[in-house]
Design a protein around this ligand. Structure first.
Ligand SMILES: CO[C@H](O)c1c[n+]2c([nH]1)[C@H](O)[C@@H](O)[C@H](O)[C@H]2CO
Length: 453
């Protein structure tokens, strides 16, 4: 079979379907302190010895802050009609609040205008993990004031770009912000506190609600929330494994979506956090009800779950499926899980509009040969997951778009540059871009799906 043939189901997507790629500010921009920008918690975290593999930092990353025109041209050459990126809060508000840094606003305005000139729809994520260091010094997301800081920051961007950006996302993955940054400590700011964790989660939900409200006041109509979703499957029919699976499903998949849609936390949360779980009044819970205009689904893999009291706080652990393919992140390749999780959203939350805002895979790519990079595993991953998305469409899921993670090989958080997700290779020395076979495949798939092939 020809590796390059998109070989897709031919059912065409709904009209206006978005075909994009996604990135985030700290992972691609570089120049973290340029033109008056203030440092983020990731600037500090990456410069803290031992926090990031090989001591990698985002000081240069993909040098997108200086190469953004070239990258927009690259997106157009791939046939993208959308691009998801995030804004670095510290470029807009160097101290997190107060003084606005105009060169920071100008950078994003120029990027958005260049995208629109190429017919590429911008999808702007307000927060993708790079909190201004100045706000972390004031308590960060554990501070009761954090929702207000976030709403004020969002309002500045709504006013500056609301006339040209139509798709907004408040937070990228509140679960990862909370669990990575405050419970397990592998992400900035690197806390490991079971008591702080529910407080941070609650403030993130309040922040999402506050940014949604400030967007409504500015006439912004399409504001979403991007969540990492991972379908959970019991390892056996044993009652303990079934119960452990339900707890892990609540912990990963329902912790944030239930409050924004239903104004309540999953019942399992109190059992998971025990005495660390705060008491909330009915009005505090109802204040979390802030249904987004769309859900951004970040899907990578599934979990098969076994009860394990030694794995706290959930008392459950993932059972590796050795017989199945895995990515370089050791995540099982399981495209069926994408269809399942999209159908789950459809049934649980009333079939809201959905974008797949991240889907992709890290593999140890072969070196380029004669100007080509044959990343066959990533081509296979994309093909199988586009098919899975197509099956969800056939089930009536209101799927509006697909964003591959990621446009470029980039800074993969605590893994630094050791894990590469890009459709486009970024040379580690000179940052030259090279479209991989997966980028060519995606381009051809877009043409095929859109009936232009
Ligand atoms: C468990 O995977 C999460 O859903 C997830 C995976 N990923 C993410 N979230 C983040 O949104 C990106 O910044 C990462 O670069 C990307 C790849 O690791």
């Amino acid at each position: 079979m020809n590796e390059q043939a998109p070989e897709m189901p031919t059912d065409s997507p709904p009209s206006g379907f978005l075909w994009g790629a996604a990135t985030s500010s700290y992972q691609i921009e570089g120049s973290p302190l340029a033109d008056g920008a203030g440092p983020s918690i990731w600037h500090r975290f990456a410069h803290t010895p031992g926090r990031v593999l090989n001591g990698d930092t985002g000081d240069i990353a993909c040098d997108h802050y200086r190469r953004w025109r070239e990258d927009v041209t690259l997106m157009a050459s791939l046939g993208l009609n959308a691009y998801r990126f995030s804004v670095a809060w510290g470029r807009i508000l160097p101290e997190g609040t107060g003084r606005v840094n105009q060169p920071g606003l100008d950078f994003y305005r120029h990027l958005v205008d260049a995208l629109l000139e190429q017919g590429i729809e911008p999808m702007l994520t307000l927060y993708h993990w790079d909190l201004p260091e100045a706000l972390d010094a004031r308590g960060g997301w554990a501070s009761d004031a954090s929702p207000g800081w976030f709403a004020d920051y969002a309002r500045i961007l709504y006013r500056a770009l609301g006339d040209r950006v139509r798709l907004w996302i408040t937070l990228n993955e509140p679960w990862v912000i909370t669990a990575g940054g405050y419970l397990f400590g592998d992400l900035a700011p690197g806390h490991r506190s079971q008591s702080e964790t529910p407080i941070v989660a609650h403030n993130l939900l309040r922040a999402h609600a506050a940014a949604l409200a400030s967007g409504r006041a500015e006439g912004i109509e399409r504001i979403g929330l991007a969540v990492n979703l991972e379908p959970q499957y019991p390892a056996s029919p044993l009652a303990d494994d079934i119960a452990a699976t339900a707890r892990r499903d609540a912990f990963i998949n329902r912790w944030f979506l239930d409050p924004v849609f239903f104004g309540r936390y999953p019942a399992e949360m109190e059992a998971i956090f025990g005495t660390a779980w705060p008491e909330y009044s009915a009005s505090e819970l109802d204040a979390l009800r802030a249904p987004p205009d769309f859900i951004g689904v970040n899907y990578y893999s599934r979990s098969v779950v076994r009860a394990d009291p030694t794995e706290q706080p959930v008392g459950a652990r993932r059972v590796r499926q050795d017989a199945r393919p895995h990515t370089a992140m050791d995540w099982e390749v399981y495209p069926q899980g994408l269809t399942h999780i999209l159908a789950w959203i459809q049934g649980r939350y009333g079939n809201p509009p959905v974008y797949i805002t991240e889907n992709g895979a890290a593999f140890d790519d072969p070196p380029p040969v004669a100007g080509r990079l044959h990343d066959r595993q990533r081509v296979a991953y994309l093909r199988s997951h586009l098919r899975a998305a197509s099956r969800a469409l056939r089930r009536g899921v209101d799927l509006r778009g697909y964003f591959a993670w990621s446009l470029l090989d980039n800074f993969e958080w605590s893994y630094g540059y050791a894990k590469r997700f890009g459709l486009v290779r970024v040379d580690p020395v000179d940052r030259q871009r090279l479209i991989k076979d997966s980028g060519r495949f995606y381009r051809d798939a877009i043409r095929r799906y859109e009936g232009r092939a």
